[in-house]
Structure formats: C-alpha cells, structure tokens
Design a protein around this ligand. Sequence first.
Ligand code: HEM
Length: 389
Amino acid sequence: MKEIPASDVDLFTDEALADPYPLYRELRDLGPVVELTQNGMYAFPRYRQVREASGNWEVFSSAKGVMMNDQINSALEGVTLCSDPPEHTQMRSVLGRPLRPERLRELTPRIEEEAERVVERLVRQGSFDAATELAEHLPLTIVSEQVGLGDAGRARMLEWAAATFDAQGPMNQRTRDSFPQLDEMVAFALSDATRDTLRADGWAAQLYTAAEQGDLPVEKCPFMMIDYIAPSLDTTIYAISSAIHLFARHPEQWNVLREDHSLIPHAINEALRLESPVQRFTRVLTEDYDVEGYTLPAGSRVVLLYGAANRDERKYPDPDRFDVRRKPSDHLAFGRGEHVCIGMNLARIEMRALFEALLPRVGRFELLESELALNNTLRGLGSLKVRVS
Ligand code: HEM
C-alpha cells in the first residue's frame, strides 16, 4: 500500500487565506490526495478527484457535515447541505421550486431593472466601491425581496452570511468568533421569520405551504429559509467583485468582452474558476476508497479544495491566466452532483445582468484600492475601489 503524502501547511492563516494559490500548487504537486496534518483530514487538491468525489454521494457522504470542525458539523446535521438522499432529495426538491429556470425567467426583468439602476447611478458617480456599492446591491435586494422577509433581518443578513462560512473552518479564532452571529441568525429564523410575518408569496412562505401539503416536516422550514439567505449573498457578491477585480487588472480582457457580448457567460465561468467564492467543503467516506493506489479508510474526512481543483494545470493549461475566451464550463465553483449549487442559475443571472449594464457604459476600470475579506471558507474582496471611464 502506498503511503499517502502528508503536508503540514495551514490553509487558514491570514497569509494563506490572502494567497492560497502557491500552497494549492504545492499540494497538487504532492499527489492526488494529501494528508493535512494540521487539520487531521485528507485533501483532494486536483480537479479529477474533486469532480469524482462531488459526483459520488454514496461514498462521499455529506450526512456527517461538510465543514471542518465537529461542533458545526453536529449542529448542522440534517440541513440540506449536510444530508444524503433520500432525505436530501426531498428537501432539495422543495427548496429548488422557486429557483427553477422557468421561475427565474419571470424574475429576470426585475433583476435587470435593478442592475441597470445601480450601474447607472454608480457610473454617473465616477468612482465607487465595487465590492460594497456595486456587488452587494443586487443579491441583497433580490434575495430579501424574494424570500419575503421584507426589511426584517436585511441589515444583519450580510454579517450572518459571512459568519456562516467562517463557522465552517477548523476550530480557529475566526471560527469561534462567528458562533454568536450564527446563533443570532438561527434565533431570527426560529422566532422572527415566522409564518405570519413572511410575505405570503415569498420563497420562505412557500416552504411552509409545502410543509402543510405534507411535502416536508414543518420543523425543517426555518433551516431551509436559511438555505436561501446564508449561501446566496457573499458567494455571489464575491463572485461579482472578484470578476471586476480581474477586469480592472486585465483591461484587454474587458475590451474583448466589450467587442463580443456573447462571451459574457464564458467570462463569468472563467472568473468563477479563477477566484472560486467557495474554496472548500468536506465529505466523510462511507467505505475504503482508492485514489491512484492510495487507500483512504472508511470514516475519513476529505476536504474538496474547489479553489485548487479549478487551477489544476492537469486540467486547465496555464491555469493562473485570466482568459475570457477559455470557456471552462466544467469548473467546480458550484460543486457537482447531488449537492450542486441550487442557486447557481440565480447567481449567473445576477452576474450577467450587471455585466450587460456595465459593458456599454464602462470603457475601463481603474483600480484605486482593494482589500481582501478573509474568511475560513470564502474567497473575495471586502473593498474594491475603482474609477470608471
Ligand atoms: C456565485 C455564487 C455561488 C457559489 C460560488 C456557490 C457555491 C456553491 C457550492 C460549491 C455548493 C456545493 C456544496 C456541496 O457540494 O457540498 C453550493 C450549494 C448550495 N448553494 Fe450555492 N453558490 C452560489 C450561489 C448560491 C445562491 C444564489 C443560492 C440561493 C439562492 C445558493 C444556495 C445553495 C444551497 C442551498 C446549496 C446546497 C445544495 C444542496 O446541498 O443540495 N447558492 N453552492
């Protein structure tokens, strides 16, 4: 039996979170699976294994949690993200109803109208923070409106969303600091966002209707409402601002897109590939598993490094280069398989609407200042000051 390569890199220091890519390369070079001695788990840093694991829920189970610390994994057991079929299938089929393509088609004009409005205002302003003023507006407006919470909770939603993803790290200070906010979000879902306070035709109210019809146990509803608010904000916000950041640093790529708007979906995929907002989730093996001659024992926790897989040179030639003509539609930024992101079409529509509004109005993004937002799971910018011309 081959000995599994081990590494003592810590992917969660400030330096590593700020620039994980050299470490990812180091891990990819070590092998298709690496033991992370600091975290007591295995990692898949290459594209092939992350893709295979995501598509194989029978062996790579989510039911024992997909995070990196035991406390959060046991607290979240049974939520959509942390369950396996058939329980998962039942929740997902209800959760996905308002996110189906035909429902999103009805919502698209509203998203486009809001994108036009925010872009028009900011471009007139000349310089702005693309991470806050631009990127936050659309996801926050559309999600709070559609979920049907009204203004309730809106002010705290972004903090809760960031805390949700910080809480998923190994038990470090960032993780510990996030728990009080997580408790606050759960208390809000259980006590404030109740059936009688929710907008009758909103996504959250539809969950309660499904429960009344017997499609779902009613106690799942508050947690499934969280499925709409926690993973839908920072993920998309970071995707938008990272894309703008890439275009600010590569103006020639913006020019290519300006000349050919049909490349917008490919540019979105390329930005998601290069700066994947969700950097990792974990799985637990239900049986022994062989990876190119290395045997991982049943019960092992394996972290799927999406951010490393999406820059795997075995899959994408010259992987660190931003190229809107690349067309990497098979990237793993939304995961794959049973748990593939249920909101990916919404995220794509929001991003496309913003780019369609920006392209005719902006010739160039001049980068003034930027700052990363360090998070245990997410990658993105806290601030991105640009001037547009
Ligand atoms: C660019 C934006 C987004 C990115 C990069 C992203 C990323 C991901 C990833 C990687 C997964 C897979 C999890 C796994 O395999 O364990 C996932 C699942 C999920 N996403 Fe997203 N997401 C985004 C936007 C959204 C939005 C807008 C929503 C809600 C409207 C959403 C809701 C969810 C939910 C509920 C799951 C769990 C699905 C399941 O377990 O079946 N996400 N997302």
